[in-house]
Design a protein around this ligand. Structure first.
Ligand SMILES: [Zn+2]
Length: 427
């Protein structure tokens, strides 16, 4: 069932994510919910951006300063500001000792952006040979960056960036001694970016893949299940619980079979698929979030009942976000490309959204990246159809789905549901 904002989702597959920036955002910083602080032993600190941090401005354009009022830890953060005319601002730190090994690790940091819509590029580059060769971690790239497109303006956001989200060039990253940060605006006015707590975390030792399905079309049972069951793969189905047993939707019995026989999670997606970013529905938020979970528990769907997906992928509302945290252990969006393990924030899990335009080969490449870099690749499907797949109904062609599943099996990546990843890896 496609409502007006779902139409926006179809653009994800063809890279036009800019329209989403407007409607999707992040919650207020809540340090207690952030899992990236796990495994402190494996952490390599690069900079807390405290006094004498060593970063200097290399470009003529822009401004660099220590901000003593805005920070996550310590006493200050680093603030970079553009001139507002599109000129690139580059800051740098050289001669870092001891040299840092970036191999088999992902980057993590805290970042705050005054206005994401004004940015055309934001990246961190690393080098071991004075930038004759270098590797770039993209935070924001023409509105299609995998990581930061959905930051809420003017708030601190935790960010992790997998090696998957770097340029795929052959650079030796095991002895890095220079780091640069580059910021460009769209010539629509000056923009500021703050950084705090730049560090590295050890990758999970292997990739994990999760199949998720939204909105409960009955083709999840008739078409997707037999293909997944060939390989004993389970999935997570996010169900608007008031849609169960409706025409062309999954029945209670089918959902029971998916969980009890095939190991699926049956998880929450509100009662009626309401838009949790729209304050017009604010008086319904708690009922939609609480009663859908209660329905799952009352009907024996215990396995997945603690896990939630935002209808339309929208979560730009502090009030609904607080309620989601009250009732659920994870929440999944519809953007982001790939997630790290540990995750940046379990209440905005990043995913690869599968649209009608997604080719099986696109998924195959991401699976390979996930295996190499220890990512958590969460795929988002809706209905799986024999023919006439289209974005209006968020459907995907069964033959292509089968090709994706066969490829995932042949690559040997471990397949787990959302609740299994939460219980066995995140928790
Ligand atoms: Zn949905």
């Amino acid at each position: 069932m496609l409502k007006k904002k779902s139409v926006i989702l179809i653009f994800i597959g063809i890279g036009m994510i800019s329209s989403l920036v407007v409607i999707v955002g992040f919650e207020n910083t809540d340090f207690s919910s952030i899992l990236i602080e796990n495994n402190p032993k494996s952490e390599v600190k690069i900079s807390g951006f405290e006094k004498n941090h060593g970063f200097f401005k290399e470009s003529i354009a822009g401004n660099l300063e220590d901000d003593l009022l805005e920070f996550v830890n310590g006493k200050q953060s680093l603030k970079i500001t553009t001139n507002g005319d599109g000129e690139e601002v580059i800051i740098k730190k050289d001669n870092i000792l001891p040299k840092i090994d970036f191999d088999e690790r992902f980057l993590k940091t805290w970042i705050k952006i005054s206005d994401v819509k004004k940015i055309s590029g934001l990246k961190i580059s690393i080098s071991g040979d004075n930038f004759d060769s270098f590797k770039t971690y993209w935070i924001h790239k023409n509105n299609t960056s995998p990581s930061a497109i959905n930051f809420r303006n003017n708030q601190w956001n935790p960010l992790t960036i997998s090696l998957t989200q770097t340029d795929h060039n052959a650079v030796n990253i095991s002895s890095i001694d220079s780091i640069s940060i580059s910021l460009e605006d769209k010539s629509t006015g000056s923009v500021s970016v703050w950084f705090d707590e730049l560090s590295l975390e050890k990758n999970y030792d292997k990739g994990i893949l999760t199949f998720t399905f939204d909105d409960a079309p009955d083709t999840q049972y008739t078409n997707a299940l037999p293909i997944l069951a060939k390989y004993d793969f389970s999935a997570t189905s996010y169900v608007p619980t008031n849609w169960i047993d409706k025409s062309d939707r999954l029945s209670t019995n089918e959902l029971k079979e998916l969980q009890d026989v095939y190991g699926w999670d049956v998880s929450a997606h509100t009662l009626n698929h309401i838009d949790l970013s729209n304050s017009k529905y604010e008086d319904q938020f708690e009922k939609e979030l609480y009663q859908s979970k209660q329905f799952l528990l009352d009907n024996g769907f215990k396995k997945g009942a603690d896990h939630f997906a935002y209808p339309f992928g929208t979560f730009d509302n502090d009030f609904s976000m607080q309620l989601v945290k009250k009732y659920y252990k994870t929440a999944r969006g519809v953007i982001g490309d790939t997630e790290t393990l540990p995750v940046a924030d379990q209440y905005r899990l990043r995913v690869m959204y599968i649209s009608n335009f997604t080719e099986p080969i696109d998924v195959s490449k991401r699976v390979q990246d996930a295996i190499e870099n220890g990512d958590w690749l969460i795929l988002v499907f809706h209905g799986i159809v024999e023919s006439n797949a289209n974005d209006r109904h968020a459907t995907y062609l069964k033959s292509d789905f089968e090709q994706i599943v066969d490829g995932i099996y042949s690559k040997g990546i471990q397949v787990m549901t959302i609740s299994e990843v939460y219980n066995k890896i995140l928790n």
